[in-house]
Design a protein around this ligand. Sequence first.
Ligand SMILES: Cc1cc2nc3c(=O)[nH]c(=O)nc-3n(C[C@H](O)[C@H](O)[C@H](O)COP(=O)(O)O)c2cc1C
Length: 327
Amino acid sequence: MALKTRFTELAGIEHPIVQGGMMWVGRAELASAVSNAGGLGILTALTQPTPDDLRREIDRCRSMTDKPFGVNLTILPAIKPPPYAEYRQAIIESGIKIVETAGYKPQEHVEDFKSHGVKVVHKCTAVRHAVSAERMGVDAISIDGFECAGHPGEEDIPGLILIPAAADQVKIPMIASGGFGDGRGLAAALALGAEGINMGTRFCATVEAPIHDNIKQLLVKHDERDTNLIFRAFRNTGRVAKNSVSDQVVEIGSRPGAEFKDVQPLVSGAKGRVALETGDIDAGLIWAGMVQGLIHDVPTCQELISRIVRDAENIITQRLSRFVQPA
Ligand SMILES: Cc1cc2nc3c(=O)[nH]c(=O)nc-3n(C[C@H](O)[C@H](O)[C@H](O)COP(=O)(O)O)c2cc1C
C-alpha cells in the first residue's frame, strides 16, 4: 500500500513527507537520506556561505541520491541581506525542480522560479498569507502551526485550527507543518485537509542529520514543555529548545523597554552553529519545536519514514475504520 496525494504527485515522491529547510542542518547528508527514503529532502540555501557553495552542495546532494530533492530559500529582513537573487540564480541554474520559500515578501522570487519552471512550495503561518501566496502563483502551501520550531508568527494559532482553516480557503495542495513526528500526526494532517506533512525537529534526531549526537540526545530527553518562545517583544517570535541561553533571552526580552540589541550577543547564528556542531548544549540557540515530546529515538531517515507511513496507513485503514459501524 502507499499514501498517494496531490503533493506526492506534484513533487514526484513516494511518501507525503517533507524535510523542511533548516539552517546548519539542511545539508546534503540529510536531504539525500530523506529523498532516498521516498520523502522530499531539502537543502537550506543560506547554510552555504556563497551561491557558488550552494551550487557545489547541490552537486554533492545529486551524487548521493537520484531522487528529487529541493532547496529552501528563507527571506528574512536584514540590515545587510544576503545576495538573495544570486542564491536564486544558483538554484535555477543547478536544475533544481522544487523550492521551499519562507519568510517575507516572496513575490519576486516566486515569479522568477515560476518563469524557469521551478515549482514553489511557500511556507507560511497564517491563512491570509497562504491565500495571498496562492494568488501569487505558488504550486503548494506548507502551513506552519504554532507548535513549530522556527518562526511561528505572532498569532499563536495551533495546527488543529490553522490546518483546516487554511484547507477551507486554499485550493492548491497543502502540507501541514509544525508538531509532526509520527504516523498519528500524518493521519491527522490528512484528516484535517492537508496532503502531507513537513517536519523539522523530528529529522534533526536521525542518524543522518549532520549535527552532534548530544543535540540528538537532547531532543530525545526533552519533552513537549521544553521549548522557549524568544523575541516575542520584538514581534519576531522564534521557538527554540529550552537551554540556559534561551532562558536568558526570554528573561532579558521580558524586561520593560527591552530592545533587540540587549539580546543580540546571545543569539547569533554562529553561536547556534557551535552548539549543533560541538554538542555544547549551552553554546547558543538550538531551534526545536514542541514535537520533542514525541521523539524517543534516533532512527535512520529510512526507518523513520517507513515507520510513519506504515503507522499512518494502519491508523487510516484499521483503527479509524473500526469506529465506523452500522447505526
Ligand atoms: C534546527 C532548525 C532550523 C530551522 N531553520 C529554518 C530555516 O532556516 N528556514 C526555514 O524556513 N525554516 C527553518 N526551520 C523550520 C522548519 O523548516 C520547519 O518549518 C519546522 O521545523 C516545522 O516544525 P517542527 O520542528 O515541529 O517539525 C528550522 C527548524 C529547525 C528545527
